[in-house]
Design a protein around this ligand. Sequence first.
Ligand code: PEP
Length: 254
Amino acid sequence: MSAPRRKLVAGNWKLHKTVAESVAFTRELVGMLAGARDTEVAVAPVFTALRAVSDALEASNIRLAGQNVHWEDQGAFTGEVSAPLLRDVGCSMCIVGHSERRQYFGETDVGVSRKVRALLSHGLVPIVCVGETLEEREANRTTDVVLGQLDAGLEGLSDADAAKLVIAYEPVWAIGTGRTASPGDAQEVHAAIRGRVAERFGAAVANGARILYGGSVKPENAHDLMAQPDIDGALVGGASLKADSFVAIVAAAG
Ligand code: PEP
């Protein structure tokens, strides 16, 4: 029997909070989550707040994540931030391929794959986001779309590298809309994702892979979603911006 997967709840703060607000909020979370040991917790602030949040997280178990990364380490890439620079400010994880980046900033599957490899080569854990639009779901294309994004994002990885990833299934129609996939619908997609990881990287990697659900997770629905056998935590946007709701979601994971 393989070890049970440790749940992960990650807060994506998106484009919210000044440095001062981020630090005050981090201190609040550190205090409130001091006793939460079973579930792994991560926060992804804006780039400008990473250093200060990293300092505020010292001596806590909460992990720091970037929201995006460039695939090159350095060079003439105005406006970008690289994996070594994320490490330099204390990040150990980074979100990649979030649907907002795919939708508004032209992020492609090829770009996602390059970013995944850049992060892994610098010892950072990629949180690779996949998910279908409403149109794709209504056309019964959910599995094709999600597994297609997964295949492309994980292109060329060794089994050892694939074992380090976190995958987040985030139906685009559920992000920031208040609509959530039902636990059963989400479980179906999570099981398909795990099945594809098994096909490509073997059963051991698939059994160990953490697959998060994201899309309007809140304290009211978090428990039922994370109680599903293939849902190993949550990527939380809106509800991660308030300590009470984020802490309640972490509690629901345990
Ligand atoms: C997200 O940004 O990854 C997300 C899931 O947002 P929300 O929880 O607000 O839907």
